[in-house]
Design a protein around this ligand. Structure first.
Ligand code: C2O
Ligand code: CU
Ligand code: CU
Length: 426
C-alpha cells in the first residue's frame, strides 16, 4: 500500500425521487445516489476531493469531524453554485473516527440535509484487527444513520416546518435507518460494531435494546476511548456519533429502541449463523488516549450563550442567536490564536441544544458543574448542552476571515434561523 499516493474522491449531487413505506415517490437528493451519499473510507495522506453540484440551487459540503483548515471545511463560505465543482486538496492526518459530511449552505442546511445531502466517513488506519475490533464493513461493522422523517397520509416525505417546528426543531413521525424504512439488520452471532450517526435535523435519541443487553461504547465523535464503557442507554443528539460493540452470540434477536416520550423501535436485529463470526470477545483495552487538556495553559475563556426567545430577540432576527447576535456571513465573532487551548463555557436557553464546533475536537470537562456523562468522556465535536457545559479545545487548524470556522447548534432549524457564529484561527 503506497500511503503517499494522492487518493481521489469524487461526489456528484443527484436529484431523484425515492419512495418509502411503499408510498408515492418523494423528491430526494443525494451524493452520487438517490438519497444520502456513499460511506467513504479515508486514510491519512493526501486526498484530492471533487464535489460536483448538479442541483439547481447552491450547496456546500462540510466534512463534519475532519480536522482540516477553514479553506477545505465546506462551510457556507464555500458554496458550490449550480453546475459548479469544488476541488479541495486536503491532507488527512487524524486518529481513526466515524465522521460525516453534509451540505451546509446558509439558511438552507436543514432542508438540504433533510432531503438527503449527507453521508458517513470512516477515517481508518487499517489497524482494527490488531485492536480486536470488528471491521468487516456491512457484516460485523455496521454504519447506521438514524433519521426521523415526516410522512403525510399518502406516504410522501414532507418538510413544511411551522413556527413551532422551528422552535423545537423539525421532528418526523417515522424512522429511517440508512434511508430505509422498516429495515432489519442481519448480523453474525458474535460481537458486532455499530457506528451510529444521529443524522436527524432535531431529534435526540436515548437508545437501548429491548432486552436491555449492554452497549459497549468504544468511540465517540473524534476517536476511540481508552477502554470500552458499558452502557444500558446511549444518548445521541443531532450531529453526534458513537461506536458501540454489541454481543449477539446468544442468538436472540433484539430491537434497538429509543426513548424518551413513547419508546419506539428504531431497528430490528436478526442473527444469521451462516455469517462468519470473527470477534467473539470484547477488547479489554483500546488504544484511544483522548488528551487530557485540563492541565494545559488556557489562553482564553469564552462564554457562549445559545439564545432563543428574548435573549436572541434583542439584536433583531427571529430570536435565534449566539450571545445575542444572529448569524451573519460577514461578521467574525472572535479570533483564536492558533495552537492555543481555550475554555468555552456554553449555556443553553429554553431547550437542550447540540453544540458543534468546526475545525477541532474538544474535551467536555464539566456538565452542569459535575463530571461529563459517559457518552461525553472522549474526543467530541458536538455536545448536547442542557444547562451548562464547559469544553477545552486546542485550535491547531487555521481559518482565515474568508473561510472562517463555524460554531453552532446542530438542530438544523436553529442553525438556519441564526444560532450560529464564526471565528478565525490565525
Ligand atoms: Cu455538521 Cu457545521 O455542521
Ligand atoms: Cu462540522
Ligand atoms: Cu438549538
Amino acid at each position: 500500500l503506497d500511503t503517499r499516493a494522492t487518493r481521489r474522491l469524487s461526489l456528484t449531487t443527484t436529484s431523484g425521487s425515492s419512495s418509502f413505506f411503499g408510498g408515492p415517490a418523494t423528491p430526494t437528493a443525494g451524493y452520487s445516489q438517490g438519497y444520502l451519499g456513499p460511506t467513504i473510507l479515508m486514510q491519512n495522506g493526501d486526498l484530492a476531493a471533487e464535489v460536483k453540484n448538479t442541483l439547481d440551487e447552491p450547496i456546500s459540503t462540510h466534512w463534519h469531524g475532519l480536522l482540516t483548515p477553514g479553506e477545505h471545511d465546506g462551510s457556507p463560505h464555500l458554496a458550490i453554485a449550480p453546475g459548479g465543482t469544488w476541488q479541495p486538496e486536503m491532507t488527512i492526518a487524524q486518529d481513526p473516527a466515524t465522521i460525516w459530511y453534509h451540505s451546509h449552505i446558509h439558511e438552507r442546511t436543514a432542508e438540504q440535509v433533510y432531503f438527503g445531502l449527507a453521508g458517513v466517513i470512516h477515517v481508518t488506519d487499517g489497524q482494527d484487527d490488531a485492536r480486536g475490533l470488528p471491521s468487516t464493513y456491512g457484516v460485523d461493522d455496521l454504519t447506521l444513520v438514524l433519521q426521523d422523517r415526516r410522512f403525510d397520509a399518502s406516504g410522501r416525505m414532507v418538510y413544511d416546518p411551522s413556527m413551532m417546528d422551528i422552535m423545537h426543531g423539525f421532528a418526523g413521525n417515522r424512522m429511517l435507518v440508512n434511508g430505509q424504512a422498516g429495515a432489519t439488520a442481519v448480523v453474525p452471532q458474535g460481537i458486532v460494531r455499530l457506528r451510529l450517526l444521529n443524522g436527524s435535523n432535531a431529534r435526540i435519541y436515548t437508545l437501548f435494546f429491548d432486552d436491555l443487553r449492554a452497549m459497549h461504547l468504544v468511540a465517540t465523535d473524534g476517536g476511540f476511548l481508552p477502554t470500552p464503557v458499558d452502557l444500558d442507554t446511549l444518548r445521541l443528539a443531532p450531529g453526534e456519533r458513537a461506536e458501540i460493540l454489541v454481543d449477539f452470540s446468544g442468538g436472540n434477536e433484539p430491537v434497538l429502541m429509543s426513548d424518551p416520550g413513547q419508546a419506539y423501535g428504531v431497528l430490528q436485529f436478526e442473527t444469521d449463523t451462516t455469517l462468519a463470526t470473527r470477534i467473539t470477545r470484547l477488547p479489554e483495552q483500546l488504544d484511544g488516549a483522548p488528551e487530557d487538556l485540563s492541565g494545559a495553559e488556557i489562553a482564553t475563556t469564552r462564554q457562549v450563550s445559545l439564545d432563543m426567545g428574548m435573549g436572541g430577540m434583542m439584536m433583531g432576527g427571529g430570536g435565534f442567536a449566539i450571545n445575542g447576535h444572529p448569524y451573519e456571513m460577514d461578521r467574525i465573532d472572535f479570533e483564536v490564536a492558533r495552537g492555543t487551548v481555550e475554555r468555552w463555557q456554553i449555556r443553553s436557553t429554553m431547550v437542550a441544544h447540540p453544540f458543534h464546533v468546526h475545525g477541532v475536537r474538544f474535551r467536555v470537562v464539566t456538565e452542569n458543574g459535575g463530571p461529563p456523562r459517559p457518552e461525553n468522556t472522549g474526543w467530541k465535536d458536538t455536545v448536547l448542552v442542557s444547562g451548562e457545559a464547559e469544553i477545552l479545545a486546542r485550535f491547531d487548524q487555521p481559518a482565515s476571515r474568508k473561510t472562517p470556522f463555524m460554531f453552532h447548534c446542530h438542530i438544523l432549524e436553529h442553525e438556519d434561523a441564526g444560532m450560529m457564529g464564526q471565528f478565525t484561527v490565525t
